[in-house]
Design a protein around this ligand. Structure first.
Ligand SMILES: Cc1cc2nc3c(=O)[nH]c(=O)nc-3n(C[C@H](O)[C@H](O)[C@H](O)COP(=O)(O)O)c2cc1C
Length: 328
């Protein structure tokens, strides 16, 4: 039996991937994850704000802004190089020491910076790139068409400037989820990651302050991801990587049955340590052997919504069956 899979066209030994997070920003964790059987690792995202912050901090240590004159651009690009340099050092160290695919991740908000930095990930030796485009549409001036244009402009231009596989990681907030994901897959991306988990905020009622809500997912959060993976698996022209709410090996199996190509995990690694990756792989193999499967492709997508199946009818029927039972 083997658990070989494909991720963005790359051969991997396990469909379970360590998702982008603070844990994947450290070379010793990357080595442990590989030893525990991770199929691939997505490095912590570089956020444009981080680079800009570094630039501003360095400039303010030197002199008042007005004095930079012509040298501003030179200094800013030097600091950006340094800031990204540390990140690229981790990537090249990982490429030297590990054998599994190393995937870069980037989140920018300005079009120009998406272009500049993305190209440099390829030059740093990444096997693929995940664009962390988890945009929360909180601006009242931002329309669906604006979001649409942002995605298509970035993806179309990037496709021309980088040759490594590119995946897009999206948030859970789209009014036209099925339609938009299908159009994204037609834009030529190699994969879509469903979904990023937004950083939630809470309110401390005693101090009357905004505070961070817990950032780790709960096991219940799997259901939204599972629903969309099952709906979209047969409708996209690219791989789906499932993310959010996967906490144990049974969850991994569910995502594969729903049609995910790969499954990303983060919160369960924070809760149980990076070595937990081995439990997930062992559990997947145990389930396959109990069911008599020799390869993932024998059962992947068995429970995905079939092409041509009327999804609305399927969900309405489930809904009615559920409430009929409650009324009994
Ligand atoms: C502490 C922490 C840091 C994260 N950092 C990133 C990041 O840099 N880039 C990114 O795309 N996602 C990031 N994420 C989101 C995860 O990759 C993942 O999509 C999310 O946690 C849901 O998966 P889970 O249920 O397995 O935790 C982070 C999550 C956590 C908990």
């Amino acid at each position: 039996m083997n658990t070989k899979s494909k991720y963005l066209g790359l051969e991997i030994d396990s469909p379970i991937i360590a998702g982008s997070c603070g844990l994947t920003n450290d070379i010793s964790n990357l080595e442990k994850l590989e030893a525990a059987g991770a199929g691939a690792i997505i490095i912590k995202s570089v956020f444009e704000e981080q680079i800009i912050y570094d630039i501003k901090r360095n400039l303010s240590m030197m002199a008042p802004v007005d004095n930079y004159g012509m040298s501003y651009e030179y200094i800013a690009s030097h600091v950006a190089d340094d800031s990204l340099g540390k990140h690229f050092e981790l990537i090249s160290e990982a490429k030297k020491r590990l054998h599994i695919p190393i995937v870069g991740s980037i989140n920018c908000y300005s079009f120009e910076n998406w272009m500049t930095y993305t190209k440099r990930f390829q030059d740093a030796g990444c096997d693929a790139l995940e664009l962390n485009m988890a945009i929360l549409p909180y601006e009242t001036t931002l329309s669906c068409e604006d979001v649409d244009r942002l995605f298509s402009d970035i993806i179309n231009t990037l496709r021309k400037s980088v040759s490594i596989p590119v995946s897009v990681k999206v948030s859970q907030n789209f009014t036209d989820m099925a339609n938009f994901m299908q159009r994204l897959s037609w834009m030529g991306v190699d994969g879509i990651t469903l979904f990023n988990k937004p950083l939630n905020v809470d309110i401390d009622t005693q101090k009357m302050e905004i505070i961070h809500a817990p950032s780790l997912s709960t096991p219940e959060e799997i259901y939204n991801t599972l629903r969309w993976v099952a709906i979209l698996a047969k409708k996209l022209r690219c791989d789906i990587s499932a993310s959010t709410g996967v906490h144990n090996a049974d969850d991994v199996v569910k995502m594969l049955l729903a049609g995910a190509g790969t499954v990303q995990v983060v919160s369960c690694l924070y809760k149980n340590g990076v070595e937990y990756m081995k439990n997930l792989n062992d559990g997947l193999r145990d389930w396959m052997s109990a069911k008599g499967y020799d390869s993932i492709d024998q059962f992947r997508g068995k429970l995905a919504v079939k092409a041509g199946e009327q999804i609305s009818l399927f969900f309405r029927t489930q809904f009615m069956k559920h409430f009929a039972k409650i009324g009994e």
